[in-house]
Design a protein around this ligand. Structure first.
Ligand code: CP
Length: 314
């Protein structure tokens, strides 16, 4: 599902990035880790600049980590949410963005329920736009932080095997991760019930021979270097057609986690539905779990993207 606008100037999707570009963003994010976790002083890349966060869908991690990233880069940031904005009076996303641009901000970070919403804005404004998650399309900074977390634990990802399990149909996280992993030469298995993982996902497979589909979690476990668990996105009607034994078939219990390869990594983008796609013990105690490390990496990854789009603007 390409939204048909390249990433020059903006950061809208992982699909279509070159391996070199992706690796350079990951290297920049890794370098930013010491600033992100406050081991060294903040940078001044965004000194004197204001970034606007336009969040027209709820968020905890992405919204707060973009705000933190701007602070760590020495800039200023404000967040506008749908609730309390004039979107409630019918103002469109593009009109909202044009008005915020007119206030002299240097960049827009946009979360939208509309697949392609940030790209629509990018066609109309002259400042950089960063996609913070758009409908079922992509969540490219999440993809970047997922890759950074996997690289930290596994080293180079080429030839590794990673499963993405759950609500593939509705997941922008899955789309960004699958594209990113395939670009880096990783084998990706999309796993879930036929209602959530099916032929409609062939679009990714057509472009990436490294991506396959399975409906059987158990038979894949022993071959996996990493497993990413996704929640059922009930806000996008994901529960429709999903049987009540979802956890029995696709939940990551401790018994299943112990059948993964030695050293395998467990990821989850959050928010976690404990006891559904992942059990408490795996989320909190399993040695390979990196769920909170992903969140730390989110700040470093978003710093790298902000620095890149601002540099390209100069
Ligand atoms: N992973 C993620 O996008 O979380 P939020 O919806 O809380 O931002």
């Amino acid at each position: 599902m390409s939204i048909g606008l390249s990433n020059t100037k903006h950061f809208l999707q992982i699909e279509g990035l070159s391996r070199e570009h992706l690796q350079s963003l990951l290297a920049a994010a890794k370098n930013n880790l010491a600033v992100a976790d406050q081991r060294v002083a903040r940078k001044d890349t965004l000194a004197g600049r204001v970034i606007a966060n336009l969040f027209f869908e709820d968020s905890t991690r992405t919204r707060c980590s973009f705000e933190t990233a701007v602070h760590r880069l020495g800039g200023e940031v404000f967040t506008l949410a749908a609730s309390g904005s004039s979107a409630s009076k019918g103002e469109s996303l593009v009109d909202t963005a044009l008005n915020i641009e007119a206030m002299g901000v240097s960049g827009l970070v946009i979360r939208s329920t509309i697949s392609g919403g940030p790209a629509m804005v990018a066609k109309r404004v002259s400042i950089p736009v960063i996609n913070a998650g758009d409908g079922r399309h992509e969540h490219p900074t999440q993809g970047l932080l997922d890759l950074l977390t996997l690289q930290e634990s596994l080293g180079p990802l080429e030839g590794r095997r990673v499963a993405i399990v759950g609500d593939i149909a509705n997941s922008r996280v899955a789309r960004s991760a699958a594209h990113g992993l395939a670009i880096l030469g990783c084998h990706v298995v999309l796993i879930g019930p036929p209602t959530l993982v099916n032929k409609s996902h062939q679009e990714m497979i057509k472009f990436h021979k490294l991506i396959t589909i399975s409906h059987d979690l158990d038979s894949n476990l022993r071959d996996l270097d990493a497993i990413m668990m996704l929640r059922l996105q009930t806000e996008r009607a994901a529960s429709y057609g999903v049987s009540s034994d979802y956890r029995t078939l696709y939940g990551l219990t401790m018994e299943r986690a112990l059948r993964l390869k030695t050293g395998a990594v467990v990821l989850h983008p959050g928010p976690v539905n404990r006891g559904v796609e992942i059990d408490d013990a795996v989320a909190d105690e399993f040695g390979g779990t990196r769920i909170l490390r992903q969140v730390t990496h989110g700040v470093a990854a978003r710093m790298a993207v902000l620095e890149e789009v601002i540099r390209l603007q100069l």
